[in-house]
Design a protein around this ligand. Structure first.
Ligand code: CA
Length: 327
């Protein structure tokens, strides 16, 4: 008798719950379509860099591959996505891996792609196989989605080239490249110390000495962009990282610190920005750890929100949103 009663109760409960479950599922679907951040949810992406080229945006990211029980970066390749509207992103075949650099050992860390004279140059952070420490390599391709190949056959920047500034072995990372209005290209990079040097027109050799920039609480992730007469140097500030920025009338400085641009991004101890303008709208592209239930610092996701300028050229603080960029 008890068994029959139990079965009856379970059956009643099951059927009475079904409409609620169905309703919740519908609500989740309904809610989900309003949330565009993170922009990629089928894999973990980090350290975004973006390039505007011929009415499209190309988004280059690292690929966080660390399993749930692995509490450090596991990154072997970079990824590329493209979009015509900042809403719909198409992933292309894997364009570049650490193993494409014969001299590199591991760690597909932050990178940036820039176009010059119809060629696409991809500056990357990796661990050097024989010299040790981190290093910057450069790959080249004839189109923005690759495939890319090592342009130099060796590192462009190695750890020993900056040892007069710091003993740490991971300071030569996070390259950002900017071609000034007169055609002179500059490579900025660094962790703990912010470095810059001129690049030759071939984009694969430094042209002259390495300089440093003095910025408060500089951690890493410099990004150079220009709007009007102002140059902006944004960077990861402190740790856990916020994004701060400085402004200058010249790419060579002096840089004036302007404050925090973005707060610590949810569930991630790093913060890594790319800033672009596309079809007249400015975008702040970054990563957070919002879709990793186990803590996102090593399983990150790229997000996009709007960037706004004040009339005097300073930047309004970023509002990170779940909704992201809307139609
Ligand atoms: Ca160094």
């Amino acid at each position: 008798m008890n068994k029959i009663l139990n079965l009856l109760i379970v059956t009643i409960l099951l059927f009475s719950c079904m409409p609620i479950l169905a309703q919740e599922q519908n609500e989740n679907l309904e809610i989900k379509k309003y949330f565009n951040n993170p922009i990629i949810t089928d894999k973990f992406t980090a350290d975004p860099a973006a390039l505007v080229h011929q009415n499209k945006v190309y988004l280059y990211t690292g690929h966080d591959e660390a399993p749930d029980d692995f509490h450090f970066y596991k990154m072997n390749e970079w990824l590329v996505f493209s979009s015509s509207d900042m809403l719909n992103w198409k992933e292309h075949p894997v364009p570049l891996k650490v193993s494409d650099f014969k001299w590199a050992k591991s760690d597909a860390w932050a990178a940036q792609v820039i176009e010059r004279d119809g060629k696409f140059f991809w500056y990357v952070s990796v661990t050097h196989g024989s010299i040790g420490g981190k290093a910057i390599g450069v790959a080249v391709a004839d189109n923005p989605t690759g495939p890319f190949k090592d342009a130099l056959g060796k590192a462009l920047v190695t750890n020993d080239m900056t040892s007069e500034y710091t003993d740490i072995s991971w300071d030569d990372i996070d390259p950002t490249v900017y071609i000034d209005d007169d055609g002179q290209a500059y490579l900025y990079w660094g962790n703990t110390v912010c470095y810059y040097a001129k690049l030759k027109d071939n984009m694969i050799e430094l042209d002259g000495p390495i300089h440093t920039v003095d910025l408060p609480n500089f951690t890493e992730a410099p990004w150079i962009h220009k709007k009007g007469d102002w140059y902006y140097l944004s960077y990861a500030f402190g740790f856990p990282e916020k994004t701060s920025y400085a402004m200058s009338k010249s790419i060579k400085g002096p840089w004036e610190y302007k404050g925090i641009l973005n707060e610590v991004a949810g569930n991630s101890n790093t913060n890594h920005q790319a800033i672009i303008e596309f079809k007249g709208i400015s975008y702040f592209i970054y990563h957070n750890g919002s879709i990793d239930p186990n803590g996102g610092s090593f399983r990150r996701s790229v997000c996009i929100d709007a960037l706004y300028y004040n009339p005097n050229g300073t930047l309004k603080r970023i509002q990170m949103t779940s909704e992201g960029i809307q139609d």
